[in-house]
Write a protein of this length. Structure first.
Length: 272
């Protein structure tokens, strides 16, 4: 497993901002409920521009709740706390408004949309991101073809219907392609490694790093259950989420402890 880059060391992904710059993504004392049940209990973390933070937790810990709250899914109610992008409070904004501000969410289970090609979907998404309703099809095609080449994807991919009949690896590579085209300020990747075999995981992780190299000031919050993707991506920080609370934060050594001892070691410490 590779080590995390030191601030300012010039390695891929290391792009610190000035000390007074606000975080790319700040989650401040966030409480989230579904109906009457509170699931997140005061969650807080901050991802600086250019940093990769990893949030790890077992099933039922609140990972999906956080992803949905960041997406502005109306089923998930923020009862207190705030979500900020570069210092601006976006807690009350809708999904499309957050996307226009530069937030991207890569889904754990991307939806298939029959009848809508990958190219047309990307054109519509880019129109929202750039605020240009009549975005040129040719401009989008050229940009997409450039990125499919960088990511080692076949151009025929663009004419297929979005995620229809895609393998797990193809769905996740399509998410990375979307992230590349959207040029987000912040990318939240919800269990991007879910359901991938060893080869597909390596390809997807390489794609994420390729986008990071192109956009060194993009902040990333990677939500995952396993540490295996960290064999390919070097995080700046790792956070452990249990029962709706972050119980530990640190470096890659936390992921190594999880691999060796499981979440029970952190659960015992949190209860002490």
């Amino acid at each position: 497993m590779s080590s995390a880059p030191e601030p300012g060391d010039g390695r891929p992904g290391a792009a610190p901002e000035a000390p007074d710059s606000p975080p790319a993504l700040e989650i401040d004392d966030l409480h989230v409920a579904v109906g009457e049940r509170e699931i997140l209990h005061g969650l807080g973390l901050a991802v600086a521009p250019g940093e990769l933070h990893v949030l790890m937790g077992p099933n039922g810990s609140g990972k999906s709740t956080l992803a949905n709250a960041l997406l502005a899914n109306p089923t998930y109610t923020v009862t207190s706390g705030a979500i900020r992008l570069h210092g601006d409070d976006v807690t009350a904004l809708s999904t499309d408004q957050r996307a226009a501000r530069g937030m991207f969410l890569g889904f754990q289970h991307p939806e298939a949309i029959p009848g809508v090609s990958v190219l047309n979907f990307l054109r519509q998404a880019l129109a929202v991101r750039k605020g240009i309703p009549d975005l040129s099809v040719l401009e989008v095609r050229l940009s997409v073809m450039d990125w499919t080449a960088r990511l080692g994807m076949d151009d025929a991919f663009l004419s297929r219907y979005l995620n229809e009949g895609f393998s797990g690896g193809e769905k996740k590579r399509n998410e990375v392609l979307q992230m590349a085209l959207m040029e987000p300020e912040v990318a939240v990747l919800d269990e991007t490694d879910s359901g991938l075999d060893v080869d597909a995981l390596r390809v997807v992780a390489h794609g994420v790093q390729t986008v990071r190299d192109t956009r060194p000031h993009m902040g990333i919050l990677l939500i995952t259950h396993y540490q295996r993707i960290l064999d390919h991506l070097a995080p700046d920080a790792v956070h452990v989420l249990l029962d709706g609370r972050i119980v530990a934060s640190g470096g890659v050594e936390l992921a190594e402890t999880l691999e060796a001892e499981g979440f029970d070691a952190f659960r015992a410490g949190a209860a002490a």
